[in-house]
Design a protein around this ligand. Structure first.
Ligand code: BJW
Length: 228
């Protein structure tokens, strides 16, 4: 059985990583256009670097939760038949043990060089404009995908989505494309589609099955059901 799991900010919420669009979400105090677009970065790079530097530092204080660990357990049973596609830029899936994993919106713990395209792993701040370890230019930005930019590994993701038997969306509002279209795409190619979310989203019309509840509860329960 081939399974594709798409995760969003909701899976990391109980680890203490804020979501985007919920009350108290990341964007409550920020305009999306200012911190999540290439134009916002061009207007005020220091503001954008500080926004991501702060979030990169905050990763030290969070740990994977039961939902991340349940998906790693599922990979232990299914191997490469499970692909986890995360929209999250935190590293909680890999810290829980997931390996067959795509970060389609990039990673906080990487920088992207605007001069040479290198994507070095990065732990420190970027606001002081450090030089790129590959080419020496001082054009590093966070390796995250902003609105209007192309998400990573789309061919691999879409190949897996059209070929899977089960597609599961966990903790994502379904507000951002192309990820928001994957459930309908999987369904059109015959997959059983499942949504696991704190509350059913407006996108739930695309799903065959909807289970509501916190990810730390509904994800382990769903995995246990599959492995039983
Ligand atoms: C819980 C919970 C708990 C809470 N347990 N659940 C049509 C087609 C294609 C593109 C477009 C289109 N229309 C418009 C576009 C362009 C645009 C877009 O989608 N705009 C929308 C506003 C409409 N898309 C793009 O620009 C993308 N690129 C692109 O399209 O390239 C061209 C292309 C064309 C055709 C095909 C392919 C490509 C790029 C999008 C980049 C998004 N980047 C961000 C920022 C990343 C950096 C950062 O972290 O700051 O990614 S935006 C932000 O939203 C972030 C997230 O990954 C993304 C999704 O958010 P997510 O994860 O769903 O979070 P929330 O907060 O929205 O939802 C949380 C959910 O959790 C809620 O449902 C809660 O209920 C739930 N929850 N607690 C379980 N405990």
């Amino acid at each position: 059985m081939r399974i594709v799991v798409l995760t969003g900010a909701g899976i990391s919420a109980e680890s203490g990583v804020p979501t985007f669009r919920d009350a108290d979400g990341l964007w409550e105090g920020h305009r999306v256009d200012d911190v999540a677009t290439p134009e916002g970065f061009a207007r005020d790079p220091d503001r954008v670097q500080r926004f991501y530097d702060e979030r990169r530092r905050a990763l030290h204080a969070v740990e994977p939760n039961a939902a991340h660990r349940a998906l790693a357990r599922l990979e232990g049973a299914l191997g490469e038949d499970l692909l986890v596609v995360t929209q999250n830029v935190d590293d909680l899936h890999e810290r829980a043990g997931s390996m067959n994993l795509v970060h389609m919106h990039g990673e906080l713990r990487r920088a992207l060089c605007g001069a040479c395209g290198a994507r070095p792993t990065w732990e420190g701040d970027l606001v002081q404009r450090p030089s790129c370890p590959a080419c020496g230019h001082r054009e590093l930005r966070p390796d995250v995908v902003w609105f209007g930019e192309l998400p990573y590994e789309l061919d691999r993701i879409e190949g897996a989505v059209v070929a899977c038997d089960v597609f599961v969306a966990i903790g994502t509002s379904g507000a951002v494309y192309p990820a928001a279209g994957y459930a309908a795409l999987a369904g059109a190619f015959g997959a059983h589609t499942v949504e696991l979310n704190l509350a059913p989203t407006l996108a739930d019309v695309a799903f065959d099955e909807v289970r509501a509840g916190p990810a730390s509860v509904v994800v382990p329960r769903w995995v246990e059901g599959l492995l039983a």
